[in-house]
Design a protein around this ligand. Structure first.
Ligand code: NAI
Length: 328
């Protein structure tokens, strides 16, 4: 029998946490042969609800679940963690400026990064879901100098999955036959879903669609503003789909991308495609031997270039803002 993998989930009492924990415990994060121990990290106000969720996890009698610990101390919550899903964040409330939002989240992700640095297992993999995800991931990464930077990632897999689904609807080709779609840049309204290298049923997606107006005026805004559309319809932000994307992200990271395909993830830039080194930006990535690698050598046309640049510029501004606030 294999040693259990320690999976820490922050914001465990929140709505994504509730959609996520049962899937992790049932084996969907790491596979059917890997037992897991869960660490639920919450703030004091969230502890009671986290205990309730832990009771329900017990009541599922999941064969792979080997233990649940609950804490409001990051030093305890990340102790020995092999996988950390940073979901809990400070949401933007009415009247809050971007600087206030970044500062409030810096107060969360800085200490969590340090706790990961000091207490997590050597093979720690971190996925940041809590928004602003890319910059929160950057803050955490900067506070963990002893952890290889590449272990800090931000989630754009929900955007990727949203784009797959929209392209499938437009072309009538099932998502299982769509490959090589890319989300570039920030997990925000400036993100750029790119179909110029994508394939639908083996043919180039942009050529198959052959409709730049649809691309610019329907597809891109629908994907980029989907989060707001879900809130308008559901009265609450995406939760099950966000949890699903987090499962997909880590599963791919650990198990690899299929031959002839790639996915999207926010990873530390090595300077590829003109994205400044060190920024955590979404790229086309493959996963090989437990490492994400940016797909190299894609030709970027003018349509794509201006949109990638706009989103990357937003990431630069966020990085500069947290730098000025002394958060990194
Ligand atoms: P929620 O408000 O239901 O839950 C958040 C939980 O985090 C709460 O239980 C809260 O007590 C906890 N929390 C706050 N600060 C914490 C800290 N310092 N340590 C541990 N726990 C803490 O929010 P929900 O819907 O679960 O969303 C969580 C985050 O995920 C939000 O920031 C949201 O914007 C983001 N999100 C990101 C997506 C992506 O694609 N990257 C998609 C959807 C949501």
């Amino acid at each position: 029998t294999r040693t259990p993998v320690n999976v820490t989930v922050t914001g465990a009492a929140g709505q994504i946490g509730y959609a996520l924990l049962f899937r992790i415990a049932s084996g969907q994060l790491l596979g059917p042969d890997t037992p897991v121990k869960l660490r639920l990290l919450e703030i004091p106000q969230g502890l009671k609800a986290a205990e309730g969720t832990a009771m329900e996890l017990d009541d599922c009698a999941f064969p792979l679940l080997r233990g649940i610990d609950i804490s409001d101390d990051p030093n305890v919550g990340f102790d020995g963690a092999n996988v950390a899903l940073l979901v809990g964040a400070r949401p933007r409330t009415a009247g809050m400026e971007r600087g206030d939002l970044l500062e409030a989240n810096g107060g969360i992700f800085g200490p969590q990064g340090k706790a990961i640095n000091d207490h997590a297992a050597d093979d720690i993999k971190v996925l940041v879901v809590g928004n602003p995800a890319n910059t929160n991931a950057l803050i955490a990464q900067k506070h963990a100098p002893d952890v290889p930077a590449e272990r800090f990632t931000a989630m754009t897999r929900l955007d990727h999955n949203r784009a797959l689904s929209q392209l499938s609807k437009r072309t009538g080709v099932p998502v299982s036959e769509i490959r090589k779609l890319t989300i570039w840049g920030n997990h925000s309204a400036t993100q750029y879903p790119d179909i110029f290298h994508a394939e639908v049923a083996g043919k180039n997606a942009a050529e198959t669609v052959n409709d730049e107006k649809w691309l610019a005026e329907e597809f891109i805004p629908t994907v980029a503003k989907r989060g707001a559309a879900i809130i308008a319809a559901r009265g609450a932000s995406s939760a099950a789909s966000a949890a699903n994307a987090a499962i997909d992200h880590v599963h791919t990271w650990v198990n690899g991308t299929p031959e002839g395909d790639w996915t999207s993830a926010g990873v530390v830039s090595d300077g590829s495609y003109g994205v400044p080194e060190g920024l955590i930006s979404s790229f086309p990535v493959t996963a090989v031997d437990g490492r994400f690698e940016v797909v190299q050598g894609l030709e970027i046309n003018d349509f794509s270039r201006s949109r990638i640049d706009a989103s990357v510029n937003e990431l630069v501004e966020e990085r500069d803002a947290v730098g000025q606030l002394g958060l990194i």
